[in-house]
Design a protein. Sequence first.
Length: 221
Amino acid sequence: MYIVLLGPPGSGKGTQAGLLSKEFKIGHMSTGDILRDILKDKTHPLYEDVKVINQGMLISDELVTKVVRDSLSNPKFKQGVIFDGYPRTSAQAKALDKILSEEGKKLDFVLDLNVTEEVLLYRLLGRRVCPSCKKVFHVRQGITTCPDCGLELVQRADDNKETINKRFTEYKNKSLSLKEYYKNTTPYIELKIDQKDISAEEVERLIHIRLGEMQKDKAEG
Ligand code: AMP
C-alpha cells in the first residue's frame, strides 16, 4: 500500500503517519527526518546541499527525489510506504508516480490534513521532539524527557516564528498545484482541522471514518 500524507508543517503528519504505518504494516518515510539525519554527518556527500533546510528553505525537487529513490531500497519499505513530507511540489508528485510505476505500483490514496494557520502556530512553537525516536510532544503536556528513550526532548532548529512563517508561505505557494494534481489523479481525502486541542486519537478516528466512506464508495462503483 502506498499513501501520501499532505499538510503544512505542524499539521500532525508525522504522528498520523506513524499510526497508519503500524496499522497497514508499511514503512513510514519522513523526508524531513532523513534530511536531518544527513546533517548529523558533516562528511556526508549531500551535507552542503541539505544545509539550507535550517533556514526553512526547500531543497531542490531533483535532490529530494534522489534521496527518496535511494531510501526506497531499504527493506522496511518493501510492503509499502506512507510518505510524509514528500512530495511537496507537483514536480515531485510526478517524479513519485514515475518511480512507483517503474515498479508496477501506484498510490492508493492521498490524505490531506488541512489545518488552520492559527492551530499550526500554537502547535509548532510548543513542539518538542525526542532526538532519538523522533516522537513528538507539546509543552502543554509538561513532559521534558522521552518516556521511551529517557532522553531530554529538544526543540527543532526550524521551529521558530521566523522560520515557521517562511515554511507556511512556501507550503501555501507550492502545495496549490500539488493538491490540484492529486485531486485530478488519485483518490483524495481532505480533513479540515480547526480545533487547537484536537487529539491525535480524534484525528485518527476521523481519518478512519473517511477511509471507510472511500472504501464504500469504491465498492459501490
Ligand atoms: P519536515 O520535517 O517535513 O517539516 O521537513 C523539514 C525541512 O526539510 C523542510 O522545511 C525542507 O527544508 C526540507 N524538506 C523535507 N521534505 C522536503 C521535500 N519533499 N522537498 C524539499 N524540501 C524538503
